[in-house]
Design a protein around this ligand. Structure first.
Ligand SMILES: Nc1nc2c(ncn2[C@@H]2O[C@H](COP(=O)(O)OP(=O)(O)OP(=O)(O)O)[C@@H](O)[C@H]2O)c(=O)[nH]1
Ligand SMILES: [Mg+2]
Length: 479
């Protein structure tokens, strides 16, 4: 179900520079569409032809997937750059259409001139992601695979890249298709029996029981995929890790330690940090978006209070909070105040780091356990580099990051996919409630069909043009 404007522009032959802007060893310009070969060839001259001075004569018809050495020429037949020319006929190309790739020297000017010449020959400049969008619209890949392409480009770690590649290869899509098939089977079974009702009450009960267990299995599978979205989100966006605590406990010291450089100011004056600092680090392949915050306390001057508001906001978004206590001061009312502030926020995992154990060691786990609940507890002295490996281990173990470590296989990387999974899970839950509440069977199929459709949207069935516009608009030009 695509709007027509969208289909119209599908007929254009598009062109874009596929390598990043700026100087490079090579620059690639890519053409795709029914006129790609004709337009591409009209600007190509083989080396021997040019040296023989064969003017504008063109009888070049390239074989598929072969590289030809020669020159790119402008409208007047003037050579612009020395290039390698290749032709990939559809449907065996990235877009399923005829594709021509021009490998030029990566100069900014030569690439721009090549692009301009091709646009002069009526190739249209491609919109962001339009090559991949065509691959999707032409049925070569589904939407999950298209989105995984983008995730692959944007991956921050090796693990992120591997997960995205699994998506490109269709592993996630395969589980979605399996689920849809099962839901279809269940609906079909219900419908057959609605059309031919049985008088037998015993049979009805047993039939309902079977349907319940089949829907339960589907629901469990959807829930498992949702778990994998939490892990996938970490790989995509980084585990949002907020370092929190009352002033002067060593938050900025930890931030600097993890970053490996002195980015944040560290002083013995409480209230040193006012702004939020954040950066990406990588712990055993897990990307962390790590944030140093202003110490939270009841009073403080105007600037400090503004800083604390930012800290609270960061806490709301956190996947993981490293709550630092100070072994030097022991547990104080201020620590309880920070804890209460955090407690009101989301569902982040909480690791307590008892810092400055070089000063005293009076804070036993029992004492801490009386005041606070936590997922992990680590004793450390950032100053003396004690406990830092334990902290890293705790970060991996006490968060969803642990799941990424343990399992191979496709992860759900996109928020869009996660949201649709959540809606499918809710619909399956509704179906289960109705089934157990002895509601009529045909009502149950409504929920099942809806869940089937939400899963379909994940792989991109029945997508509207404007929604695709948004999805592919996030891609870079030339992809
Ligand atoms: N003895 C000792 N001192 C430490 C340790 N870690 C940090 N400090 C000191 O504690 C003081 C405060 O450190 P910061 O890292 O600035 O603390 P903070 O939590 O960022 O403080 P605010 O930004 O004011 O909230 C500094 O003088 C650090 O050198 C430690 O393990 N042992
Ligand atoms: Mg600080």
């Amino acid at each position: 179900m695509l709007d027509l404007d969208y289909l119209d522009s599908q007929d254009d032959t598009i062109v874009a520079v596929s390598t990043p802007p700026g100087e490079g060893g090579i620059g690639i310009v890519r053409l795709s569409g029914s006129r790609a070969l004709e337009i591409g060839c009209s600007h190509f001259r083989r080396k021997q032809d040019l040296s023989r001075g064969s003017g504008l004569k063109r009888d070049f018809s390239p074989a598929a997937r072969k590289l030809y050495h020669g020159y790119f020429t402008d409208q007047q037949g003037e050579a612009i750059d020395e290039i390698l020319f290749s032709y990939m006929p559809g449907p065996h190309s990235y877009t399923c259409e005829d594709v021509v790739e021009i490998n030029a020297h990566g100069g900014i000017l030569s690439i721009r001139n090549i692009l301009n010449a091709l646009m002069h020959s009526e190739a249209r400049l491609a919109a962001p992601g339009e090559f991949t969008r065509r691959a999707y619209l032409n049925g070569r890949i589904d939407l999950v695979q298209a989105e995984s392409n983008l995730a692959l480009i944007r991956a921050k770690t090796e693990k992120g890249m591997k997960a995205a590649l699994q998506g490109v290869q269709g592993k996630l899509s395969a589980s979605i298709y399996d689920l849809r098939r099962t839901l279809l089977d269940i609906s079909a079974e219900i419908e057959v029996n609605v059309d031919f009702p049985h008088e037998d009450v015993e049979w009805e009960l047993q039939h309902r029981g079977e349907i319940i267990s089949q829907v339960q299995v589907c629901k469990e599978q959807v829930d498992r995929l949702r778990e994998r979205h939490r892990a996938g989100k970490i790989l995509q966006e980084g585990l949002k890790t907020v370092i929190a605590g009352k002033p002067n406990v060593g938050k900025s010291s930890l931030y600097n330690y993890l970053l490996g450089e002195n980015r944040a100011l560290v002083t013995d004056i409480p209230g040193t940090t006012r702004d939020l600092l954040s950066d990406f680090i990588n712990i055993q392949g897990i990307p962390l978006k790590i944030m140093d915050t202003a110490g939270i306390r009841v009073d403080g001057d105007v600037v400090e209070r503004l800083g604390m508001d930012i800290s609270r906001h960061a806490l709301e978004e956190a996947d993981l909070i490293i709550f630092i206590l100070d072994a030097g001061t022991g547990i104080t009312e201020e620590d309880h105040y920070v804890y209460r502030t955090m407690d009101e926020m989301g569902e982040a995992s909480l690791i307590i780091l008892v810092n400055k154990i070089d000063l005293t060691t009076g804070m036993t786990p029992e004492v801490i356990g009386q005041g606070f609940q936590y997922d992990g507890l680590v004793y450390a002295s950032i100053l003396e580099n004690i406990g830092m490996d334990e902290l890293k281990r705790a970060i991996i173990e006490k968060t969803y990051a642990g799941e990424i470590q343990g399992e191979e296989g496709a992860l759900v990387l996109e928020a869009r996919q996660g949201e649709l999974l959540q809606r499918a899970a809710a619909l399956l839950q509704d179906a289960l409630v109705s089934l157990e509440g002895n509601m009529p069977m045909d009502i149950i199929t409504i929920d099942l069909n809806q869940a089937y459709e939400r899963l379909g949207e994940i792989v991109g069935e029945h997508m509207k043009g404007d929604l695709l516009e948004v999805i592919f608009g996030r891609f870079c030009i030339g992809k």
